[in-house]
Design a binder for this molecule. Sequence first.
Ligand code: N2P
Length: 384
Amino acid sequence: MKKLIGLMILIGLLTMLATACSGGPAGGPGASATDAPAAEIGSGEVQLAPQLSVYNWADYIDEQVLADYTERYGVEIIYDTYASNEDLLTKLQAGASGYDVIFPSDYMVVQMIELGLLAEIDAESLPNFANINEAFKNPPYDPGNAHCVPYQWGMTGIAYRDGNPAFEAGPPNSWAYIFDKEVMAQYADEGINVLNDQRELMAAALFYLGHSPNSTDRADLEAARDLILQAKPMWKTFNSEDYYSTLMESDEIVLSHAWSGDAAQAYWNTFDEETGTGNWLFTVPTEGAVRFADNVCIPANSQRIETALHFMNYLMEAQVAAAITNFTYYPSANEAAKEFIDPEILNNPGIYPPPEVAAKLEWLTDVGDAIFIYDEMWTAIKGQ
Ligand code: N2P
């Protein structure tokens, strides 16, 4: 009963919001809120906006899922992508209005909540929230799912070109493969890429130095910066957006700091039926590596919150969430999706880590004011 009242209040509020906003950015050219279709979230009827602006990580959704949403509900999706949490934050802080749905990671959700950048939601009022795995609900970075619902998760490690002599002795399962000049000398001329992502690259350096990936100690962070700067001349590119298609699959490089699903995409995109294998493999460094969980959230300044909630609920449909994982190769936080996920993905240790790998993974957390030291280090890293 309490839930029902909560839902009714939410819907009432949303209707007021939608009414207040009609004629604003919710109405795109040639369309007004009144032309838009009505739909339901649970038992409540909602008026959908004609358009919805979705801002996501590169290649982090099956675009067919977006097309299906448009076909089903008549809402046109304006879709754009970013390369890192910090890019997303910079866009929002610059006052970018117009985004309705975004996908920040764990630690970035904390930063965004503190900055007042996220709308509050009642996740329990979305019927498909019941599909989410209990282990992903109520996360420490967003207690009570007061702002976001869980999307996909993964890990950060090293992708490498199978068959390269440098990796014949064994997988490059140490951060030395991107930081130690002597080690890199074996293959650097064939190309090394690192993620263009400040927390991720700093975390890799901090792990290698034996420090916490969430260190707030200036001395640790300066040591990480120096390690990165001495290695940088041996790297070909800083790319976290299209590295697997433009650099890995096309053999422009032989090793990359990489997100697990991106590496798996490179494997499957180069899969050869005859040999029964793909060209790219993935390993998690023994010194430790990052585990992340990305989330679906609504910017506080969205003018189409009702439609964003409706879309959020759609993304949590079991078959939709499974289609996304089957396309992106990132594990879903959606438990009900499991039965529709390709067993080859579910059983792949490079996608769903076995316990001994999972034990080496650590979350990135909000570092508070030390973020200014990270920013300073990153400016030095990118500037030189
Ligand atoms: C997909 C990006 C993965 C998200 N290209 C990393 N948090």
